[in-house]
Design a protein. Structure first.
Ligand SMILES: Cc1ncc(COP(=O)(O)O)c(C=O)c1O
Length: 375
């Protein structure tokens, strides 16, 4: 059997990681400004993370959600405290798309409606409703195209108001910093206006914090820069530092109903141990403050350098977009092949930086030197 060929791959195999660096099978070291697609929060192969997961694996890897799992309760308590949502509840699943799928499902159970509003250029995952709420017709199969979703311009409150006032909108789903969409940012006036409209019309406000959350923006959640509390928050990527895991954080206004939501693997013992180790390290090493400080430093330096081909630098914390006046492809490839540095990308001309939250100012300076050499 061969692999189903859906990924355009770099011809590189990464076999080892440490902090903000990874190594290929030939021993070549790379600077990781991509974080394995925003997944690596506390850094590669953190010793505490390895220790906690190893100890758990030696006791029990998995048992089903039909019995008590105190690791899930501990995680809910710790996450509530760390994020400022102690009065909310947690439902654990396995991937970002699955978290969004459950968010929209819960919203629909709540108000009985079927319409979703989503932002132009949004990405919410590849399962049925998550992909329908993703603004990329190329990845929406005919079977997923069920006319539940209307895409509206970012920050255009009047356009959203006109739809919400029809009183048939189930939920608005928002990435406060769009990832795949090119690091486009929601502004405070828009989100606060949307919160008010959702309250007035019994519409559920969902923040997809799968990429911009878990400390990456310099606060626990990106929406916390904008002064709003959503009804539902989805998290994935950084929650497990690479262990596949995601969660739905649920406001007290939703009532839990037995068997309405469920999963086989979600919240298993290993996943919870990974997530608890991640929270330990985020707290012990002040990684959210580090994301704010190093992120600001990197954004300012990228702006001050007035680099050729760079027309805009935007973002918050360690979620940074560098817009170029040329396609990113050649520059990104040279960064990997010649400068041994991984970055992400968006659209056709945005380099996306999503480093581990433990990146240092020296790593940031190092990146800028490597970047200059390929421009
Ligand atoms: C904002 C956002 N939502 C949802 C997803 C989907 O997550 P997953 O690939 O874990 O299903 C992603 C993945 O990149 C994302 O960036």
């Amino acid at each position: 059997m061969k692999l189903f060929d859906v990924y355009p791959l770099f011809d590189i195999e990464i076999v080892k990681g440490k902090g903000c660096n990874v190594w290929d099978e030939k021993g070549q070291e790379y600077l990781d400004l991509y974080g394995g697609h925003a997944v690596i929060s506390i850094g590669h192969s953190h010793p505490h993370y390895i220790d906690v997961i190893t100890k758990q694996l030696n006791k029990l890897g998995f048992y089903s959600n039909s019995v008590q799992n105190s690791l899930q309760r501990t995680l809910a308590e710790r996450l509530g405290k760390a994020s400022g949502y102690e009065d909310y509840s947690l439902f654990l699943v396995n991937s970002g798309a699955e978290a969004n799928e459950n968010a929209m499902k819960l919203a629909s159970f709540y108000n009985g409606r079927t319409r979703i509003l989503s932002i132009e250029k949004a990405f919410h995952g590849r399962t049925s409703l998550a992909v329908e709420a993703t603004n990329n017709p190329k990845i929406v199969a005919p079977i997923n195209n069920n006319e539940h979703v209307t895409f509206l311009p970012i920050n255009d409150l009047d356009a959203w108001k006109a739809e919400i006032e029809k009183d048939d909108v189930c939920a608005c789903i928002i990435e406060c910093i769009q990832g795949v969409g090119g690091i486009r940012m929601v502004d405070a006036d828009f989100l606060q206006g949307l919160r008010k409209l959702c309250d007035e019309h019994n519409t559920v406000l969902i923040c997809d914090e799968i990429q911009c959350g878990y400390g990456r923006s310099g606060k626990f959640f990106a929406h916390q820069h904008l002064g709003v509390r959503p009804d539902l928050i989805t998290v994935a990527k950084g929650i497990g530092n690479g262990f596949p895991m995601s969660g739905l954080i649920i406001s007290p206004k939703f009532e839990a109903v037995y068997s309405q939501l469920g999963t086989t693997f979600g919240g298993n013992h290993l996943a919870c141990s990974a997530a608890l180790a991640v929270l330990d390290v985020i707290e012990q090493e002040n990684l959210i403050q580090n994301a704010a400080e190093v992120g600001e430093y990197l954004i300012n330096r990228l702006k001050e350098e007035k680099l050729p081909h760079v027309v805009d630098v935007r973002g918050r914390g360690l979620m940074i977009g560098i817009e170029l006046d040329v396609p990113y492809k050649e520059i990104r490839t040279k960064l990997v092949k010649e400068q041994h540095c991984f970055t992400g990308c968006s659209g056709t001309n945005v380099i996306r930086l999503l480093p581990p939250l433990c990146i240092t100012k020296e790593n940031a300076d190092d990146f800028i030197e490597r970047f200059k050499r390929v421009l």
